[in-house]
Ligand binder design. Structure first.
Ligand code: PAF
Length: 280
């Protein structure tokens, strides 16, 4: 497996593969890889001749008071995981390689990004869309893989790819959970023992909401109330949002009719965690 730190190295390698008629899959990550990422890599390895993993903690998608400096990093472990999983290349650029001094072009979306996580993280999706566009232009993959845990991100990327004619297939992959139900996330490492236990309230409250919908409840207020009450039963949990939105437009709905995204963001101590399910 090759490790590339420059855009030029990646371009040259991908050009070579394309000359040979090989297909290329991309898994964009911010590193500190866990089984959720591994499931994306496994799928990409199955569906493409060559797989590129990007490991880049993108400063542009963090707000000024967010955890950019403390975001967990372990590139040695990440590259070993990528190699064992069958990746062909890891792209690990420094911020200066991605954003030169006079960088001033951004990809900003006027729909889909204002609600849910976009409400409390106003510059987040502009940073995500900009870096993902750059990665698409650098790697020029046939397919790119994103987890459903960041459901809004998945919807935003799909929309961007359609708007800007990237010609890349976006593959959404299911949420991978710990045995007890907690959705895998690099940010779980911030949790102490007490908080780790408390964090289970996210998946438990969503299970309650899902059970209600499965039993035929369509009233979104009632579903949100049930999830909220369960979350509020955990003293360490502070709700950022509980939302039920149309899975295509991400606009709030009053009734569960078509496919909906039921999504929550909750602080456990200082750590902000997200989780969701999609009801088709
Ligand atoms: O989901 C992530 O880890 C990041 O938002 C992504 C897509 C790698 C862009 O930095």
């Amino acid at each position: 497996m090759k490790i590339a730190e420059t855009i030029q190295e990646v371009r040259e390698q991908v050009k070579e593969w394309k000359k040979q008629g090989l297909s290329v899959g991309l898994v964009p990550t911010m590193g500190y890889l866990h089984e959720g990422h591994k499931s994306l890599i496994d799928r990409a390895v199955k569906e493409n001749d060559k797989v590129v993993i990007s490991v880049f903690v993108n400063p542009m998608q963090f707000g000024p008071k967010e955890d950019l400096a403390s975001y967990p990093r372990d590139f040695k472990r990440d590259s070993a995981l990528c190699e064992n999983a069958g990746a062909a290349l890891v792209f690990h650029p420094q911020p200066e390689e991605m954003y030169h001094e006079d960088f001033s072009s951004f990809v900003d979306m006027s729909t889909l990004t204002g609600g849910l996580c976009g409400k409390s993280r106003p510059i987040h999706f502009r940073g995500v869309c900009t870096v993902v566009s750059k990665l698409f232009n650098i790697v020029m993959p046939d397919k790119a893989y994103f987890g459903q845990k960041d459901a809004q991100q998945l919807a935003v990327i799909r929309h961007m790819v359609s708007d800007l004619n990237f010609g890349i297939e976006i593959v959404g992959c299911p949420i991978i959970r710990e045995e007890d139900g907690l959705a895998k996330s690099s940010r779980n490492t911030y949790l102490n023992e007490k908080e780790r236990k408390a964090a289970l309230i996210l998946s438990k409250s969503l299970q309650k909401g899902k059970a209600l919908i499965d039993a035929g409840e369509e009233d979104v207020e009632k579903i949100k109330q049930t999830i909220t009450e369960k979350l509020e039963s955990e003293p360490l949990a502070k709700i950022d949002y509980v939302e039920v939105v149309d899975w295509n437009t991400l606009e709030p709905v009053e009734k569960v009719e078509g496919p909906v995204l039921v999504a929550i963001a909750v602080y456990i101590g200082k750590t902000r965690l997200i989780d969701n399910f999609i009801q088709e």
